[in-house]
Design a protein. Structure first.
Length: 71
């Protein structure tokens, strides 16, 4: 995953992840864990989680039809 100059992952222009590093630190990702992203949006946080889990699972939802289309 490429990063922007601010250290944030490069994602589609639809949505830029906010406080990504802080969120990942707070989650303390377990590579075998199960995670749920209920505001999937542009997928920036979900992508970062997926990159850290090996045998785990990520379930992502978003009520916004635009976000679903862009995902």
């Amino acid at each position: 995953m490429q990063e922007t100059s601010s250290g944030q992952p490069e994602t589609r222009s639809y949505h830029k992840p906010v406080m990504l590093r802080e969120c990942l630190e707070g989650l303390r990702i377990d590579p075998q864990g199960t995670y749920v992203d209920v505001t999937f949006g542009g997928g920036g946080h979900s992508l970062a989680i997926l990159e850290q889990i090996k045998g785990g699972r990520l379930i992502a939802f978003d009520q916004d039809a635009d976000a679903q289309r862009e995902a």
